[in-house]
Design a protein around this ligand. Sequence first.
Ligand code: BTN
Length: 254
Amino acid sequence: MPEFAPQILRFDSLPSTNLEAAKRAVQGAPEGLCIVASEQTAGRGRLQRHWISPKNAGLYFSIILRPELDQRIWPLVTLMASIAVHDTLLDAYAVETDIKWPNDILVNESKLCGILAETVDTPLGRAIVVGIGINLTSKSFPPELEGIAASLEAAANQAVDPEVVLKALVNALGSYYQKLQQPAGTHEILRTWCAFSSYAQGKRIRVTDSNESFIGITRGLECDGALRVETDRAEIKIVRAGDVTNVRPWERRA
Ligand code: BTN
């Protein structure tokens, strides 16, 4: 496995760090290229959502990876990224987070960080761009994010330095990415994700995708990172896409 050598490119403003990283991947940029922007004017989220990215209020970061893994298990790369974020926030700021499947980072059930992984076909083969957005401060939260989103500053109860977060995150990503590509790596990533996520086992959730919406209880992960959910009819459904939300006791019925 080649040495993982991250290289960071910083921008004042970009439409989206994921778009910039994808463009550079197509131009042949190597694995490990990181794109960071102080603001995004068209930040992208999962499920075609917009990621609000005000100037200097968040870490907006994307990295190009070219995994030497069977593409059927590439979803593990996004789980790996969520583990890296979890470790970074714990080590750098003693903030305990939860991971909501597949890769939302929560504090007290509010979203602190989102991850968007997108594959891109390049002359060097298929690559994956992993984009990570961490809310650093709530000062610039628009009204629609009040009460839904969390910030690292509030969770850590101290000012945060984006460079500290960035450095720790790049290190954690490098180390978990190398782990993932070792022989027992996929098992290790699945096990670690389950240890960090309250959504892995026994959580009552609603799953919503373009076709259906149902309630069930989580029953661990498949080998490719898909979520196993047991419905009220004792049927196991394998969830590979869609939105997962916690079902509170007062909304128990499907
Ligand atoms: C989500 O919907 O939860 C995923 C959000 C991912 C946002 C990050 S910010 C950096 C990178 N660039 C983007 O346009 N999106 C990702």
